[in-house]
Ligand binder design. Structure first.
Ligand SMILES: Cc1cc2nc3c(=O)[nH]c(=O)nc-3n(C[C@H](O)[C@H](O)[C@H](O)COP(=O)(O)O)c2cc1C
Length: 399
């Protein structure tokens, strides 16, 4: 029997990335906080949900088109914001952006991108959307400049990361003493105006604050950020919809609605912040219920298969984002590898749709997934029935 060497699933890409990446960069990508319970749960929790397929339907034509924030896109599968794609490949976010453009969907660009946001979005097209992820830096005026640039460049939404009042404790990063290599720059911190003003000189960072200090201000988190100070402020400086990333509870979902946010991303930062929270897929139903269709709900965390995307959609997510799978693809083969990660997931999603009798994303609802408690009740009902049946057989045998 002949075997193919090319990756056939995300696990294969993960394995290849572990061979080709620099050990400290790899551990930065893969690390989770503390005992990594939440990071591991994000993946394992999907297994508790089982698909409830329907058969004998015509599934020759499958469409993954959907709308996000009122705009048509090719697929509900998107790319979550991740710092420093150049750790995986020299073309960094440019390669990711080209892969995303061939694929459709949403790409969320991290504030900590190693390519300037204007260059990343220039690789896109109208089948997709770019959203800009924000950290509120200790100097809020710098965040404001990034917001203005994003709006000018054509980003369709702002994604405010709200689960990082302080950086989670990622033990592997401490062990490897991870710091980005010197050839990598956080290009969104450089003022694009400054280069054009000073004849060919390299642009300088905003307010001349050294790049490393700006990075440290992100890494240090911003513990003083609150609902009342940040959301009204953001709304006063932008017309773009605001999406909160890092919501895990019904309570915060209701607050997001009351503060006029357009959507929330159910996320625990890939298990990199607070260890011991619910897995994203377990938190999703609570958030969906609290959202009452008033705002869009998306999710990320632990998605490694098309069937995971299907389950998240069935539980009410409007779109599903992946981070590490794309980074592993990028490490494997740049743009082609990132595209391969997306293609694998997209094809598996289509396969799951066909095998479960669903032809459109809109058809995928909670009737297609069995939640853990339902499974438990059903299996105990089955056991009960079997017991009753046995009783009857026993009675009959005694006739
Ligand atoms: C290496 C790495 C860097 C990340 N950088 C950011 C970031 O800059 N901003 C952010 O909001 N989330 C960041 N995240 C979190 C992801 O957006 C996402 O929430 C999470 O990783 C999804 O889980 P997954 O990796 O299991 O797909 C990062 C995650 C990883 C793995």
């Amino acid at each position: 029997m002949e075997f193919t060497n090319s990756p056939v699933c995300i696990k294969d890409l993960e394995h290849i990335a572990s061979k080709v990446m620099h050990p400290s960069a790899l551990s930065y990508y893969n690390s989770g906080a503390d005992d990594e319970q939440t990071k591991l749960d994000n993946i394992a929790a999907f297994d508790k949900y089982r698909i409830h397929p329907r058969i004998l339907r015509n599934v020759t034509a499958i469409s993954t088109e959907t709308t996000i924030l009122g705009q048509q896109i090719a697929t509900p599968l998107g790319i979550a914001p991740c710092a420093m794609h150049m750790l995986a490949h020299p073309a960094g976010e440019l390669a990711t952006s080209r892969a995303a453009a061939q694929h459709g969907g949403v790409m969320i660009l991290s504030t900590l991108s190693t390519i300037a946001l204007e260059r990343v979005i220039a690789e896109g097209n109208s089948d997709m959307q770019y959203w800009m992820q924000l950290y509120v830096l200790s100097d809020w005026s710098i965040t404001e400049k990034i917001v203005q640039r994003s709006e000018r460049a054509g980003f369709k939404a702002l994604v405010l990361t709200v689960d990082m009042p302080i950086l989670g404790r990622r033990r592997d990063d401490i062990r490897t003493r991870f710091i980005p290599p010197p050839h990598i720059h956080l290009e969104n911190f450089f003022d694009p105006e400054s280069a054009s003003n000073s004849e060919g000189a390299a642009p300088s960072t905003y307010n001349d604050v050294p790049e490393l200090l700006l990075a440290a201000s992100v890494a240090g988190g911003n513990p003083a950020v609150t609902w009342d100070n940040v959301i009204p402020w953001l709304k006063s400086i932008t017309k773009l919809p605001i999406i909160l990333k890092g919501i895990l509870t019904a309570e915060d979902t209701k607050l997001a609605i009351s503060y006029g946010c357009a959507g929330v991303i159910v996320s625990n930062h890939g298990g990199r912040q607070l260890d011991g929270t619910l897995a994203s897929i377990d938190a999703l139903p609570h958030v969906v219920e609290a959202a009452e269709d008033k705002i869009e709900v998306y999710m990320d965390g632990g998605v490694r298969k098309g069937s995971d995307i299907f389950k998240a959609l069935a539980l009410g997510a409007r779109a599903v984002f992946v981070a590490r799978p794309v980074l592993w693809g990028l490490a494997y083969d740049g743009e082609a590898g990132a595209k391969q990660a997306l293609d694998l997931l997209q094809n598996e999603l289509k396969l799951t749709m066909m095998l479960s009798g669903t032809r459109t994303i809109q058809e995928i609802d909670d009737s297609y997934v069995l939640e853990p408690v339902t499974q438990w009740i059903q299996s105990s009902v089955r056991r009960q029935k079997r017991a009753n049946h046995n009783d009857i057989e026993e009675l009959k045998s005694k006739l």
